[in-house]
Ligand binder design. Structure first.
Ligand code: BJW
Length: 243
């Protein structure tokens, strides 16, 4: 199937609606040029921290104030950043191919949406949402959780960041797995490939016959699994791939 050999976007092809032909997985690297720090590596958010100390339910139970303040600061910082050329290029691709594109992001920022993308799955949650530990509801949230606001649904004062920590199950795994099983092209942008299940998506997509392409600043842990890998900043690579 020649279509499987392509790594160019499918904007010129008329696809049936419903099942995305292209799945783009994004990670912290796509937001780096907007000024959002990545996790790992020099200047990463976790530089000097053991990840288990900052991104687990156990860390939250042990010291909720510190964890709330960490996410409050990241939520506040969102107001100072803007989408970059890579986010905008993916929004332009969606404008061209509609529901033939699904963006699955590990990021909890809202830069894809602010660039204009509408079909975005936040598998690791969202900064602008709070999760009530009492009633389980997810509600839009923009303030500071360290101010101890009540849940707007049940009134309990037990809100936590609506993010997926280690040991928790990412959101919408069934939708994601269906999309990976049916897509023709899987593209990974700006992720280290160090965290599962996202790190395994390339192999899943390949097993089901997709062509796979990595766009990352440098070779990642997942690079060997892709048919093709291009290295450089997302702000250059993504618009170049989309055009
Ligand atoms: C650029 C760039 C530029 C820079 N342009 N590129 C063994 C032991 C223990 C646990 C496990 C184990 N094996 C597997 C597990 C499970 C565990 C796991 O993966 N652990 C690993 C450490 C091994 N996973 C989980 O627990 C997950 N849950 C789970 O598996 O549930 C079971 C289940 C799954 C499915 C179905 C049913 C059941 C949950 C993982 C949750 C991860 N959560 C975090 C925090 C979210 C909230 C927050 O943001 O604070 O998600 S961790 C953190 O890492 C965050 C990110 O989304 C995630 C990935 O990071 P990302 O995006 O790749 O960032 P970086 O910094 O690592 O990389 C950036 C990349 O960009 C680099 O490569 C740069 O080069 C590049 N870059 N500038 C292009 N300008």
């Amino acid at each position: 199937n020649p279509a499987r050999e392509r790594t160019a976007p499918a904007s010129a092809r008329g696809y049936a609606a419903g099942v995305p032909r292209i799945v783009v997985l994004t990670g912290a690297g796509i937001s780096a040029e907007s000024g959002v720090p990545t996790f790992r590596g020099p200047d990463g958010l976790w530089e000097g921290h053991r990840v288990e100390d900052v991104a687990t339910p156990e860390a939250f139970d042990a010291d909720p104030e510190t964890v709330q303040r960490f996410y409050d600061a990241r939520r506040a910082a969102l107001t100072t950043v803007e989408p970059n050329r890579a986010h905008r290029a993916l929004a332009e691709l969606e404008a061209a191919v509609g529901d033939d594109l699904l963006v699955v992001t590990q990021n909890i920022d809202d830069l894809h949406e602010r660039a204009g993308s509408q079909r975005v799955v936040h598998m690791h949650g969202e900064l602008l949402s709070a999760l009530c530990r009492a009633c389980g509801r997810r509600t839009p949230f923009r303030g500071a959780l360290s101010d101890h606001p009540p849940c707007p649904v049940c009134g309990a004062v037990d809100l936590r960041p609506d993010v997926v920590w280690f040991g928790e199950v990412p959101y919408r795994m069934q939708d994601i797995q269906q999309a990976l099983a049916s897509c023709e092209l899987f593209v990974s942008v700006g992720t280290s490939g160090a965290v599962y299940p996202a790190a395994g998506f390339v192999q899943l997509a390949r097993v089901y016959g997709a062509r796979t392409l990595e766009l990352n600043l440098e070779p990642s842990e997942g690079s060997p699994y892709f048919h093709e890998a291009r290295h450089g900043p997302a702000g250059l690579l993504v618009p170049d791939w989309v055009s």
